[in-house]
Design a protein. Structure first.
Length: 300
């Protein structure tokens, strides 16, 4: 039987002491800016709060009851899931294809990696403003280019059927560079011997990627999927800048609904209830994704 390290047994060891000291800022930050706001939001969701300086009135689960009878909330939930289903699978697939292509480049790999990463550096607000201008029906760059081939009159952000895909396209473009860099790091860790052996056996390029690349890079892909799912479920800034939730409520997401309830209608109790529901949805989806990842990783 292997004995445990003396460092791990001795809690007074200097290594562990300094480890605890360096962990304190992260723990304090988590408690103050994540754990405490989550608890406060749950407490607020059980009260009627109509303003910033009014007394809280305890009403129990009434905010949740009104929430589940709110058609706008259900519409925002539908829009959020549609948005995530547009951004995460398509964005991950495009990022994987680009990363595989970059991994096969012998020279200037660092240059192209930086080139694809540049959109990720720009903020959501700035990118939203640029894409809003590009989507303009009459003076936008996209419609000007489409007019060269005879396609005119597309109202990207004013059409109920096109508004979510249009915002999703901006999100895919903005987050693609980060995903490409992460996936490329995973691809570079795969030994080249595997590909050489498969090539000797006569496997095609597609078969090599399906049998070697995908299984070995799957943990990285799952990380990208989980990370992007959590971010996109909270989508707010994109909607706020590009559409304001319109046309109508066609692009209103759950994150934007929280903003509306809190800062437009000053119903902080109901806004907190929406935030708690969103938190539970994100936790549930993340747990399911982690379990799927564990099963797939073990099977590979």
């Amino acid at each position: 039987m292997v004995k445990k390290s003396g460092i791990l047994n001795d809690l007074r060891h200097p290594v562990l002491k300094w480890g605890y000291i360096f962990a304190i800022p992260g723990i304090v930050s988590y408690l103050l800016f994540t754990f405490y706001p989550a608890l406060r939001s749950f407490a607020q969701s059980l009260h009627n709060i109509r303003g910033t300086s009014v007394a809280w009135t305890f009403i129990g689960p009434e905010n949740y009851k009104s929430l589940f009878m709110d058609k706008i909330f259900w519409g925002s939930l539908k829009n959020t899931f549609a948005y995530v289903l547009l951004t995460v699978p398509i964005g991950t697939f495009i990022s994987l294809v680009i990363a595989i292509a970059l991994n096969g480049i012998g020279r200037f790999k660092g240059f192209f990696r930086a080139l694809f990463f540049i959109p990720s550096v720009a903020g959501v607000i700035s990118m939203g403003i640029v894409f809003t201008w590009m989507y303009e029906p009459y003076s936008g760059l996209i419609n000007l280019l489409l007019s060269k081939i005879g396609i005119t009159g597309i109202t990207w952000l004013r059409d109920k059927n096109l508004v979510l895909p249009s915002i999703a396209a901006m999100t895919i473009w903005r987050t693609m560079g980060y995903s490409v860099v992460i996936i490329l790091a995973g691809l570079m860790s795969i030994p080249k011997d595997f590909y050489e052996a498969a090539e000797i056996d006569g496997a095609s390029i597609l078969r090599r990627h399906l049998s070697i690349t995908l299984p070995l890079v799957s943990p990285t892909l799952f990380f990208i999927i989980i990370n992007n799912s959590i971010q996109d479920l909270q989508a707010f800034s994109e909607v706020f800048v590009m559409t304001g939730g319109g046309p109508g409520y066609a692009s209103t997401t759950v994150g934007f609904r929280i903003y509306q309830e809190a800062f437009l209608y000053f119903n902080f109790g109901k806004a907190s209830a929406v935030a708690v529901v969103l938190l539970l949805i994100m936790l549930s989806i993340t747990v399911v994704q982690l379990r799927i990842m564990d099963r797939k990783t073990q099977s590979y």
